[in-house]
Design a protein around this ligand. Structure first.
Ligand code: A3P
Length: 294
């Protein structure tokens, strides 16, 4: 139908040189002018890096591990997506304006595009990064199921586009490095791989960063509720409440595999060698390091 045309499989536009959905670019003036509140907490990621996982953990922490309260709405409403705008329904900014404090805010914006208000209000920020080999595979499957994206082409083609930064939100390298270089007291930089390896330690890091204490049993409940298996069957966390015209879980579920190292099932030896070479070139001179498996 005509009305779907603006969401489904359009080519990307460009926002200050960053490839992005045209509908998001239309909403950019409101995003740029967004008024952060001092007690906002920003969850920032490159797509497919564990945003939803971290969001569920944060909402659970904010509600002292109350599982029922965290079922009050879908994760994309509990943690509004700042720069999200499609023709129907409220934009991320509109959702946030109607969210009581303290708010959790999700963004995928590269650091240079973050609305200045977050810096002016000195908001706390948690960035989560994931190794690029798993990101690109996750992003490839996500392109198939989430129809806001352009057609990803073959896996080989998508890999090339990803390496060249020709996907929504641009270069993974620029994103993780840009946020890493901005790291400061009010920012916690986490890794998906660490969260997989020792979620308890990472949740403790978050609690320390927030200056919050929770009973051992509460932490236990948070870890259980935010495990891959629990989130996969939780309609408030697994995106299955989204319209099938936007996301088709029969093509690939949103919570797809939830592991580190799945890229090994997808990269050819040649692709891996080429990727390693490219990775070394683009991470040269940085003290930011990734675990490609755990
Ligand atoms: P895979 O496609 O590799 O399975 P985002 O939320 O940023 O879009 O990231 C989605 C990725 O995080 C998907 O990766 C998804 O399965 C994974 N994920 C979501 N919840 C998770 C959890 N509780 N534990 C581990 N991985 C999780």
């Amino acid at each position: 139908a005509m009305e779907q045309k603006d969401v489904i499989r359009q080519e990307l536009g460009s926002l200050h040189g960053i490839p992005l959905f045209k509908s998001f670019i239309e909403g950019w003036p409101q995003v740029k002018a967004f008024q952060a509140r001092p007690d906002d907490l920003l969850i920032s990621t490159y797509p497919k890096s564990g945003t939803t996982w971290l969001s569920e953990i944060m909402d659970m922490i904010y509600h002292d591990g109350d599982v029922e309260k965290c079922r009050r709405d879908a994760i994309y409403n509990r943690v509004p997506f700042l720069e999200m705008k499609v023709s129907k329904g409220p934009s991320g900014v509109e959702q946030l304006e109607n969210t009581p404090s303290p708010r959790l805010v999700k963004t995928h914006l590269p650091v240079q595009l973050l609305p200045t208000s977050f810096w002016e209000k000195d908001c706390k920020i948690i960035y989560m990064a994931r190794n690029p080999k798993d990101v690109v595979i996750s992003y490839y499957y996500f392109h198939h199921m989430a129809k806001i994206h352009p057609d990803p082409g073959t896996k080989a083609e998508f890999l090339e586009n990803f390496m060249a930064g020709k996907v929504a939100y641009g270069s993974w390298y620029d994103h993780v490095r840009g946020w890493w270089e901005k790291k400061q007291e009010k920012m916690l930089y986490l890794f998906y791989e660490d969260m997989k390896k020792d979620p308890r330690r990472e949740v403790q890091k978050i609690l320390h960063f927030l200056g919050k204490e929770l009973a051992e049993g509460t932490v236990e409940r948070i870890l259980h509720h935010t495990s891959f298996q629990e989130m996969k069957k939780n309609p408030a966390a697994n995106y299955e409440t989204m319209l099938p015209t936007m996301m088709d879980h029969s093509v690939s579920p949103f919570l797809r595999k939830g592991i580190s190292g799945d890229w090994k099932n997808h990269f050819t030896v040649a692709q891996n060698e080429r990727f390693n070479q490219h990775y070394q070139e683009h991470m040269a001179g940085s003290d930011l390091h990734f675990q490609m498996e755990v």
